[in-house]
Design a protein around this ligand. Structure first.
Ligand SMILES: [Zn+2]
Length: 206
């Protein structure tokens, strides 16, 4: 219903959890495979995610299937994970497109080699704060943004209703640090890169 009201603003994504409490165990539940396929086969989704996955859990059978579904249904994978599972995804399917949630909660130094190594790895800035303070982008982050100007995007991480109360304040904070960057770069991080990724995922199936 919400999608129909604003299909130009909403990008439908599919979370592989049956309930909120499943985020630490979903990849042990083989019924998730059926759930995902029953939804994906009807089309309309841009990504599978955001899902939580860590270390060797990315090599469990259920997760391998998730990566295969991304390939079959041409959607990207939105991974809340450290660097290791991102490597494992690309090992399973070198043609994957991955959005790295929260930029892996990593700092610029370890993010750099990941983006350099994986050309179809995108990075979001949801639930992060070290990249902008006092109305300015942090110098190290700004360098990273400039280096990979087409791969970063902001995020709000409104995964629970209570977080919607902070959307406006969060947006003001984002607008402030974005202003300290060159305009073209700021626009890419602000909305252009996310639009490119969403359009790719939604149009590729046409
Ligand atoms: Zn997350």
């Amino acid at each position: 219903m919400h999608y129909a009201a604003a299909s130009n603003l909403i990008v439908p994504v599919l979370r592989p959890y049956r309930k909120r409490g499943k985020l630490g165990i979903w990849f042990r539940d083989p019924t998730v495979i059926e759930l995902l396929e029953s939804r994906l086969k009807n089309g309309g989704y841009a990504e599978i995610g955001e899902f939580h996955i860590f270390a060797e859990d990315a090599d469990r059978e259920v997760f391998h299937k998730v990566v295969q579904f991304a390939k079959k249904y041409k959607v990207f994978l939105h991974a809340h994970s450290d660097a290791d599972p991102v490597d494992r995804i690309f090992k399973q399917w070198p043609g994957a497109t991955v959005l790295w949630a929260h930029s892996g909660f990593a700092e610029p130094d370890p993010i750099f080699p990941m983006l350099a190594k994986h050309k179809c790895l995108w990075s979001d800035l949801a639930f992060r704060s070290s990249h902008g303070a006092g109305g300015k982008a942090d110098a190290e982050w700004a360098q990273l943004f400039a280096e990979f100007s087409d791969r970063f995007m902001i995020g709000t991480d409104t995964y629970t209703p209570e977080r919607w109360y902070f959307v406006e304040d969060h947006a003001s904070w984002i607008r402030a640090w974005l202003k300290s960057l060159p305009r073209d770069l700021a626009e890419r991080i602000d909305w252009k890169n996310a639009t490119t990724l969403a359009n790719w995922a939604l149009q590729i199936k046409d």
